[in-house]
Design a protein around this ligand. Sequence first.
Ligand code: NAD
Length: 362
Amino acid sequence: MKIAVLPGDGIGTEIVAEAVKVLNTLGLDLQMEQALVGGAAYEVHGHPLPESTLKLAQESDAILFGAVGDWKYDKLDRPLRPEQAILGLRKHLGLFANFRPAICYEELVGASSLKPELIAGLDILIIRELTGDIYFGQPRGRRIATDGHFPGTEEAFDTMRYSRPEIERIAHVAFQAARKRSKKVTSVDKANVLETFQFWKDVVTEVAKEYPDVALEHMYVDNAAMQLVKKPKAFDVLFTGNMFGDILSDEASMLTGSIGMLPSASLNAKGQGLYEPSHGSAPDIAGQGIANPLATILSAAMMLRFSLNQAEAADRIEAAVKDVLAAGYRTADIWSEGTKRVSTREMGDAVVAAITKTTIKG
Ligand code: NAD
């Protein structure tokens, strides 16, 4: 089982080191190879996704990814910016299906900004389409406007587009995932305003006919944003396009207490996957040893389950994370009065100790 380990920038290196440490305690035959990506790769190779890194990713069964980006690269031409690395990996590997489970652990109910009764027991799955929509649609760019309200002035534009096969394949992923859960899919769109999302809604409704055992509801994205904080437990599988999914999954992260708790998996048609925390490189706290590594450690568990067929090992990691939270270990982002504040490394050590059932130090 070959894993490409791409820590990236900012807290990426700190949190991935902890996930690798956890993977190494499982006694599995894992071949992990590390490579530069993002700003770190740009510094050395002049490109955020060098050929060698892409080749390693393509040849691996799975990719464990940290995060990329730093404000200092904001002035670079867009193709050279660190964030292009993750977009490039998604595109080159065809990683179209993004799974973001938002689970509120009992011990973290108090860390959420919502009332405990709204989020206790929360377990929703956000499925986001990842390779289409306005993020990749062409044409895009800047130009001098020839029409509109201000002809002759500068304007910028992007193109929102989805093809039928793109919508069909992600819809199948959502319905199949729902079959393993409570058989309910909420498809989030903006069909009242956008042609692209009226088409989305029509195609999803057609695909739903193949899954008569799964209940389908449609919801406009503005309402979904509201319902996520009003009555989040009413969702089970929340399924949407690339941009709406980007925004709603960050919103959902706060239901769970911290974005530092939210893992994600991005899969292609072959089951090959990229596993990363839902958050970014957090330059504001990079190098301080205070980042929460649990989203990355939980992403490693998803990797074992989805791409490496090691469900039992994934269960062990997830159980260990519950154990350390129950034992009161908290990084700064989820700390509250009466719990033990620990560093990134100490949190990783605690998970390792919980897996090996040795005493958790602290
Ligand atoms: P961010 O997710 O990096 O940070 C948002 C806030 O959450 C910050 O206050 C940060 O300190 C906090 N945070 C994030 N992860 C945390 C963790 N594990 N533990 C504790 N606190 C955590 O988003 P941002 O600040 O908007 O973006 C920073 C950089 O990351 C930008 O360059 C952006 O483009 C990039 N980014 C990369 C990815 C990716 O690599 N997939 C995703 C999102 C943003």
